[in-house]
Design a protein around this ligand. Structure first.
Ligand code: HEM
Length: 123
C-alpha cells in the first residue's frame, strides 16, 4: 500500500499528460493544411488539404480538456466541424470565394477559442 498510492498517482498523472499530448499533436497537424488552404487559390488543392485537416480535427474533437473547459471546447470544435462542412459544400458547388470566406471565419473561430483557452497568439 505504501508504494501503491504513489504509483497510482503517477499513473493518473501520466494518463492526463498523454491525453493533452494527443490534443496538442492533433492541433499541430491541423496547422499546416490550414495554412495551405488559406494561401491557396486552387479549389482542388483546398479540397485535398481539407481532407487532411478534417482527419486531425476529428482526433482533436475526441480529446478531454479540463472539466470546467469541456463544454466550451466541445462547442468550439462543433462550430469548426460545421465550418468544414460549409467549405466542402462551397467547393463542391464551385464557389471558391465562399470557401475562402468560410476559411476566414475558421481563423476567427481559432482566435476566439485560443484566446479563451490562453493558447499562444501566433497559432
Ligand atoms: C483552424 C483551426 C485551428 C488550428 C489550425 C489550430 C491550431 C493549433 C495549434 C498549432 C496549437 C498549438 C499551439 C501551441 O503550442 O502554442 C493549438 C493548441 C490548442 N488549440 Fe487549436 N487550432 C484551431 C482551432 C481550435 C479550436 C476551435 C479550439 C477550441 C475549441 C482549439 C483549442 C486549442 C487548445 C485547447 C490548444 C492547447 C492544446 C495544447 O497545446 O496542449 N483550437 N491549436
Amino acid at each position: 500500500m505504501k508504494r501503491f498510492l504513489p504509483c497510482l498517482t503517477l499513473l493518473i498523472a501520466l494518463a492526463g499528460c498523454s491525453s493533452s499530448n494527443d490534443l496538442h499533436d492533433s492541433m499541430e497537424e491541423m496547422k499546416e493544411p490550414f495554412k495551405v488552404m488559406r494561401e491557396s487559390g486552387d479549389a482542388d488543392q483546398i479540397k485535398a488539404e481539407l481532407a487532411a485537416f478534417t482527419k486531425s480535427v476529428s482526433v482533436a474533437k475526441m480529446q478531454k480538456v479540463k472539466p470546467e473547459d469541456q463544454s466550451s471546447f466541445d462547442e468550439g470544435m462543433n462550430k469548426l466541424t460545421d465550418l468544414i462542412a460549409q467549405v466542402d459544400a462551397a467547393l463542391t458547388a464551385g464557389n471558391l470565394e465562399e470557401a475562402k470566406n468560410q476559411l476566414n471565419q475558421m481563423a476567427d473561430l481559432r482566435k476566439e477559442y485560443h484566446d479563451k483557452f490562453g493558447v499562444g497568439k501566433k497559432n
